[in-house]
Design a protein around this ligand. Structure first.
Ligand code: SAH
Length: 257
């Protein structure tokens, strides 16, 4: 899924930032880097800053225009250090990661577009993007280093991707719903459970009927807190029945089979 997300750097001046962006991407599991008319590339400095991510640099695609970089994309998100530069659908990095994952899951191709160190993206470039993304930095000092901005966005993409990995399957959701929908027990069912519990505790010698010491009241308070379903009640009753059999030396359920 992460293969469907590309990072596009437009007209980058410092090769060190290209290397830093490559490293940030690889740390977050992204590998598709597209460079639009970089000032210096390939470069030793980029390789040095990429640290172990020189494979991302080596595979980087270099193109002349943003249009070429966006070829085949279904959604482009343009980042801007300035909040509401032009009126446009504006997302924060977390929201933009959700858009990226949704698109990628549906088989779409997504571009995260980053601008020049000194001038950002032009209005024309921003208008080629469906959404604008602003990292909510302090307005008094809003502009992040280019590679740092790449790190923030790719981190959010990774978090969204990780959450998607842990997402329960349809089957798990149905099973959980069936369990959750378990009917609550009625008061009389609860009463006969308490009677069964008390009888069992006496039989196993945990409760002395001569000196009950508020035990049943405390247990009622405990079970009363837990909104027991019918299914759970059946489990508890089953445990009590087996406990009684064990205390009486009767055959065990599993040994019965
Ligand atoms: N002076 C430029 C700053 C560009 S910073 C300007 O005002 O636009 C270089 C690139 O880093 C930006 O084009 C953008 O892609 C990214 N960037 C920096 N700070 C950002 C922020 N707060 N939100 C989103 N992207 C940011």
């Amino acid at each position: 899924m992460l293969q469907n997300i590309r990072v596009v750097l437009v007209n980058t001046s410092h090769p060190g930032n290209i290397g830093g962006a490559a490293r940030a991407m690889k740390n977050m599991g992204l590998s598709r880097l597209v460079l639009v008319d970089p000032e210096v590339f390939p470069s030793e400095e980029a390789v040095a800053r990429a640290s172990g991510a020189s494979d991302v640099l080596a595979a980087a695609q270099v193109v002349a225009t943003l249009e070429e970089a966006l070829a085949g994309c279904t959604v482009a998100l343009g980042t801007s250090a300035r909040d509401r530069q032009i009126p446009w659908p504006l997302l924060d990095p977390r929201e933009s990661a959700a858009v990226c994952l949704e698109q990628a899951e549906a088989g779409g191709e997504v571009a995260l577009v980053f601008g020049r160190e000194y001038a950002g993206l032009t209005n024309d470039e921003l208008q080629r993007c469906h959404y604008h993304v602003h990292i909510p930095s302090d307005p008094a000092f809003a502009s992040l280093n280019l590679a740092t901005a790449v790190q923030v966005l790719t981190y959010e993409v990774r978090m969204a991707w990780l959450a998607a990995q842990g997402r329960p399957t349809k089957m798990e959701k149905q099973e959980a719903a069936a369990e959750e929908n378990g009917q609550p027990v009625t008061l009389d069912e609860l009463e006969s459970f308490y009677a069964h519990l008390e009888q069992t505790l006496v039989e196993v010698g945990f409760l002395d009927p001569e000196r009950p010491r508020h035990l049943m009241a405390r247990l009622r308070r405990l079970y009363g807190r837990s909104a027991i379903s019918k299914l759970e009640m059946n489990i508890l009753r089953g445990i009590l029945t087996e406990t009684q059999k064990a205390a009486r030396g009767e055959p065990h359920k599993r040994r019965d089979r």
